[in-house]
Design a protein around this ligand. Structure first.
Ligand code: CUA
Length: 340
């Protein structure tokens, strides 16, 4: 779009304003993937309830304040030639009491539901049938462990519909923040400290999340996806995760060999092949739709480009450039993508 000029080559301020307003408004979406006003869990419904109370309270306070301000401006404005001061009020006991009590009441109205929601969502005792998920934030990816199910995955979290889930969060390196806006508020993942969120997903679907605490060069590239599905579909996913990785065929045979001979094994686990713990578990890497913490679709071209030179694609990436040949990178990609 080209804002209209005034004939002398200068941008017309009104046209520029309209274009800017259209761009700003275009960035707003009620139901975008990172919308905080779409509640898809009990936790988010509670948060939205408090949010509603605070919004209404603020709106009413704003209306009262601006009405009083308008009346004062109009009624008591200085008239030309008028030099007398309006009546000055000092030490008006009723007014003093009024404007002390009114804010206290407003704070009370906001505090009671807020504290109730905080206690409800922070309670240490989880519901008995709750699914446990341990969340670890790494620079710059997410590790998800299901301790009772003996399943480990990365960046893509599967949850059964309508079953409470307890996230237990801790971090091995720096502070991150786990945030899936449509499922609940963000909570920090802090080294040496265990934080929890308990929630029940109430709608099947795919939800986006993002690290919400600045954690270094690729903070913005630390995304996650949550797939909420029917319990039967979740059980099938768990069974697939527990199965051993498929044996490679074709190009992938050489890929497995390259993987096993190189430093890959020091950081990654592929069950039956390696047992590294510094990078994502790759046992079922090919079954995840995206890789690199939500950055690229998992396909042979993208994965080959990634293993060739990770820091070039993701600033600060801890996975080094191993100087693999193009053929080796393609073979490793074929192997990894085949690990469904
Ligand atoms: Cu992790 Cu920001």
């Amino acid at each position: 779009m080209n804002p209209r000029t005034d004939g002398r080559g200068r941008v017309c301020p009104r046209a520029a304003f309209v274009v800017a307003a259209a761009l700003v408004a275009g960035g707003c979406a009620w139901d975008g993937p990172m919308s905080t006003v779409v509640a898809r869990s009990d936790l988010n419904r509670s948060i939205l309830h408090v949010y509603g109370i605070i919004t209404w309270a603020t709106l009413i306070i704003g209306l009262v304040v601006f009405t009083v301000l308008a009346v004062v401006l109009l009624r008591f404005r200085a008239l030309p030639g008028d030099t007398t001061l309006p009546t000055q009020i000092r030490g008006h006991t009723a007014m003093e009491i009024g404007w002390t009590i009114a804010p206290a009441l407003i704070l009370l109205v906001i505090a009671i539901p807020t504290i109730q929601v905080i206690f409800r969502t922070q309670s240490a005792a989880a519901p008995r049938n709750a699914l446990e998920v341990s969340v670890r934030g790494w620079q710059w990816w997410w590790e998800f462990r299901y301790p009772k199910l003996d399943v480990v995955t990365a960046n893509e979290l599967h949850l059964p519909l309508n079953r409470p889930v307890v996230f237990a969060m801790e971090g091995p390196d720096v502070i991150h923040s786990f945030w899936v806006p449509q499922l609940g508020g963000k909570r920090d993942v802090v080294p040496g400290r265990l934080n929890r969120i308990t929630l029940t997903p109430e709608h099947a679907g795919e939800y986006w999340g993002q690290c919400a605490e600045f954690c270094g060069a690729s903070h913005a590239n630390m995304q996650l996806r949550v797939i909420v599905e029917e319990p039967a579909a979740f059980d099938r996913w768990v069974a697939a995760q527990k199965a051993p990785p498929p044996e490679p065929a074709g190009d992938a045979v050489q890929g497995k060999d390259v993987f096993a001979r190189n430093a890959c094994v020091g950081c990654h686990t592929i069950r039956g092949v390696s047992a590294g713990t510094l990078g994502p578990d790759l046992t079922h890497f090919g079954g995840r739709a995206l890789f690199g913490a939500g950055l690229w679709p998992t396909n042979p071209e993208n994965v080959a480009a990634w293993v060739k030179d990770p820091p070039a694609l993701k600033p600060g990436a801890k996975m080094p450039n191993l100087h693999l040949s193009d053929a080796d990178a393609r073979a490793v990609a074929a192997y990894l993508v085949g690990l469904k």
